[in-house]
Design a protein around this ligand. Structure first.
Ligand SMILES: Cc1ncc(C[n+]2csc(CCOP(=O)(O)OP(=O)(O)O)c2C)c(N)n1
Ligand SMILES: [Mg+2]
Length: 416
């Protein structure tokens, strides 16, 4: 059965029948078409992000009046339940501790590199908590905390950053793609998995993560267009942390917002305060629900800030002012959540102490696990690349073997 792009856009199955959840007179699927009918808005209005970022809890931890949350017709979100918010807070505290522990381990030479998500923990945690067990996540190099919050063992999640192995976890077992360093390749993997799941009739939702800089890549365009044309259950989750290494957002894109890019592909976009885990969960939970119900892809842009340098190899003071960083300290995702939960009587000193203890246990695990020297075989570089090594790889492998043998011989001579 072949489905042309036009058929897919119009919701046809390829057999000349409109998909049952779609109205024949609109190219908008399910929930979107319903919102258009319900609120009397146009399809474009539905797809455009709300005029302001959705924010539910302000930077001091106060829950905002419904009318001030940025919600507009078709963009209203219920408050997530207390249990989910407490689970999120625990992961926020653990995530912050992991970020800071890893930055120390890099300085001690125990990790080769660590792209910290310090300041972006709310995005990391919400990305993991919004998914069900059978869903897939496709993270970037900066999303190790999200990978852990999804249930991957901390040492396995950090193995890639030791620089001696491609990934420490089994992507199939955890339904988490390998953390991608080549920008935006993971979005193509994500839409491929979503397409396969849809063809198999599974109700899998795929969360595809990328940064603000990555939205300028060709792969971003290809992934979004493919997902929209084939109505795939993908949520493109863009963490706009204001920088792509030293390139600020203003030099990256002059679109009204990155969420506006969605409408160009025929999918809905939303923008949310990326340091407000309550709003993030509300928006992402609904995005997952809509995607699972067959409403096609969505793009969620989270406005956040990379509090530290791009990685330990970068000096952020060369391209941004301390005063700018200071403004974002006040918007910290942890302190506002602590204030909110304490104020609501959901968190007390005892609860805070129990969570801190769990975070310390993870930090201890990282120190001892990453402190060990793992024996590595340099020849592993050539294994697992192709099932049948190419002549070039065989030649390089032989050169390395020769060099290692000569090194070993000169070491022996030196000690005699
Ligand atoms: C295809 C590709 N081009 C360039 C790079 C080099 N590079 C690594 S990170 C980065 C910036 C990415 O910025 P953004 O998407 O905003 O993510 P962030 O690091 O801020 O999380 C660049 C250009 C790369 N890794 N892959
Ligand atoms: Mg960025």
């Amino acid at each position: 059965m072949t489905i042309s792009a036009n058929d897919a856009v119009r919701g046809k199955t390829g057999q000349g029948q409109p998909a049952p959840e779609q109205a024949e007179d609109t190219y908008l699927p399910g929930a979107a078409a319903e919102a258009v009918r319900k609120f009397g808005i146009t399809a474009e209005d539905y797809m455009l992000p709300a005029r302001h970022q959705i924010q539910m809890v302000d930077q001091d931890g106060n829950v905002k009046q419904y009318s001030d949350q940025g919600a507009e017709p078709g963009h209203e979100y219920p408050l997530p339940d207390d249990e989910e918010l407490l689970a999120a807070y625990e992961q926020l505290v653990i995530g912050r501790r992991v970020n800071d522990q890893n930055s120390a381990l890099v300085r001690q030479g125990r990790m080769a590199v660590y792209p910290s998500s310090h300041g972006q923990e709310a995005c990391q945690v919400a990305a993991a908590l919004c998914l069900a067990d059978g869903d897939w996540m496709f993270p970037t190099y900066r999303d190790a905390v999200a990978v852990m919050a999804r249930g991957v063992d901390p040492i396995q999640a950090m193995t890639i950053f030791r620089g001696d192995w491609h990934s420490g976890y089994d992507p199939l077992r955890h339904k988490v793609g390998i953390q991608c360093t080549p920008l935006t390749t993971q979005l193509l993997h994500a839409v491929g998995v979503a397409h396969a799941a849809k063809l198999r009739g599974e109700d899998t939702v795929v969360l595809a993560m990328c940064g603000d800089g990555a939205t300028s890549e060709g792969d971003f365009h290809e992934a979004l267009n493919f997902a929209a044309v084939f109505h795939l259950p993908v949520i493109f989750f863009v963490q706009n942390n204001q920088y792509a290494i030293s390139v600020p957002l203003a030099h990256q894109s002059v679109a009204p917002s990155l969420a506006h890019k969605a409408v160009g592909y025929g999918m809905a976009g939303e923008r949310v305060d990326g340091n407000d885990v309550v709003a993030l969960l509300a928006v992402l939970d609904r995005a997952v629900k809509l995607a699972r119900e067959g409403s096609g892809p969505l793009l969620v842009e989270a406005h956040t800030y990379r509090m530290q340098a791009h990685t330990n190899a970068d000096d952020a003071t060369r391209y941004r002012q301390d005063s700018e960083v200071a403004q974002w300290v006040a918007r910290d995702p942890l302190s506002r959540m602590r204030a909110y939960l304490t104020d609501r009587g959901l968190l007390d000193d005892g609860g805070e102490a129990r969570i801190t203890e769990k975070a310390e246990a993870v930090a201890t695990q990282l120190r001892s696990g990453l402190g060990e020297d793992v024996p590595v075989d340099p020849q592993d570089l050539f294994k697992y690349v192709f099932s049948k090594p190419t002549p070039q790889l065989r030649e390089q492998s032989a050169l390395l073997a020769d060099e290692l043998a000569r090194d070993a011989a000169s070491d022996t001579e030196a000690t005699q």
